[in-house]
Design a protein around this ligand. Structure first.
Ligand SMILES: [Zn+2]
Length: 422
């Protein structure tokens, strides 16, 4: 993928964000956050080194053993209770505060991406064909940063912080696997937070209430019978793709609020017949319903005489991201106080290029998710996930950690279900 211009990068999702002026630590009203923020500042060299070590040793989905070990070792050394091998290589680290209160969670993802393109940074990957070009090394480092910095104020914490390090996000299977392995069974959080690197200027974040990432559906149409199966497959493929309101080439651009992007693969044999499989990225449930009806209509009319078509439509195989409005508003207000007004920008559209399986956690407990700006226009870095020349500004590690610390502290302070008894 060619280097994106700043204008295109900015059009992906939000207002073209320029750097915001950070709040000096002395002027932060909450003394606990102030101590966390100062501690994070002291930790920065260690955090950058930790991130670069992960960047040099990226691991694909399902293979995150070394990354998980690095996280578990560091957080155990800081006194957190750590459980490993949760839903694969998932790690859960728990920090009990000194005072009663609810459980609040932060989720990071561990895995990297297959890429043979040369890494532009000095601390390049030593694993052939694998690179951290989605920024999960930053997310993981931010999770570790939260564990280390919040442990320093443990006695002041009114509740428990749960840090969740998820494997296999790129395959969109890790969140579900961790839930199936009981990540919330022992202690159920009242809220969960997460963030993802994005091509916004470093120093900023962006979010919106409600739908923020579309998620993906999978449709399979099986074709059997005595008619011309290949001709029927062609009809079905055209019918799936005809539901698109944007083209694949426009997936990186701003989209209309009710967009559909549908793509169908060539038919493959299945038993005596053929099957056509497609993916559908739909902005909302109304758009999703339109696609479903259109594909069902083609199947009902059989497309081609003599062919029997059966449709299997699975909604939200990748669940996307849906932000809890009240939780996001509470957290955004705290981030604005902690990091400065204007640090959190408003996402205007749901970009069809991005998806996430964080929605599986949000289906269990209220959640909020932000894009974390990692671009740096002055240095020519555009942190567009999965692009060959992805480079993230490491200053974003502290921005993300401070923002998530502010969100966690304000949600703990808001109270809610306390410690499990017995
Ligand atoms: Zn990612």
């Amino acid at each position: 993928m060619p280097r994106l211009t700043r204008a295109i990068a900015c059009s992906v999702a939000v207002l073209c964000a320029t750097a915001a002026t950070p709040v000096p630590p002395d002027s932060i009203p909450d003394p606990t956050f102030r101590r966390v923020s100062v501690h994070l500042g002291r930790l920065e060299p260690e955090l950058v080194a930790f991130r670069r070590d992960l960047h040099r040793h990226p691991e694909l989905s399902g293979e995150e053993a070394r990354t998980a070990r690095a996280v578990a070792d560091r957080l155990r050394a800081a006194g957190l209770r750590v459980r490993t091998d949760v839903g694969g290589h998932g790690v859960v680290a728990v920090l009990e505060g000194g005072r009663p209160g609810p459980v609040v969670a932060f989720r990071a993802d561990l895995d990297a991406v297959a890429s043979r393109a040369p890494d532009p940074v000095e601390f390049r990957s030593v694993i052939p064909g694998v690179r951290h070009i989605c920024g999960h090394d930053l997310h993981t480092t931010i999770g570790v940063a939260l564990g280390l910095a919040l442990a320093a104020v443990r006695q002041d914490l009114a509740g428990t912080v749960m840090l969740i390090f998820q494997p296999a996000e790129e395959r969109a299977t890790g969140a579900r696997a961790m839930l199936a392995d009981g990540v919330f069974l022992e202690r159920r959080p009242v809220a969960i937070f997460a963030l993802h690197t994005a091509p916004l200027e470093s120093g900023t974040l962006a979010a919106r209430p409600g739908g923020m990432m579309a998620g993906r559906d999978v449709v399979r149409v099986s074709l059997n019978g005595g008619g011309d199966l290949s001709a029927a497959a062609a009809v079905v493929r055209r019918a799936i793709e005809a539901t698109s309101t944007i083209t694949p080439a426009r997936r990186m651009e701003s989209a209309a609020p009710d967009f559909v992007l549908a793509e169908a693969m060539p038919a493959r044999p299945l038993g005596d017949g053929l099957v056509v499989q497609g993916t559908v990225t739909a902005a909302d449930d109304a758009a999703r319903a339109r696609v479903r009806a259109a594909i069902n209509a083609v199947a009902d009319t059989h497309g081609v005489p003599g062919v029997i078509a059966r449709v299997a439509y699975e909604s939200r195989v990748v669940p996307g991201v849906t932000n809890d409005p009240a939780l996001l508003a509470l957290a955004d207000a705290a981030i604005a106080v902690a990091l400065g007004e204007g640090v959190v920008r408003e996402v205007r559209t749901i970009p069809p290029a991005f998806s996430e399986d964080f929605g599986h956690f949000q289906a269990e407990v209220p959640g909020a998710f932000w894009y974390l700006g990692v671009s740096n226009a002055a240095r020519g870095w555009v942190g567009l996930p999965h692009s060959d020349d992805y480079v993230a500004d490491e200053a974003a590690i502290l921005v993300g950690a401070r923002a998530m610390a502010a969100a966690i502290l304000v949600r703990l302070a808001a109270g809610g279900p306390g410690r499990a008894t017995g």
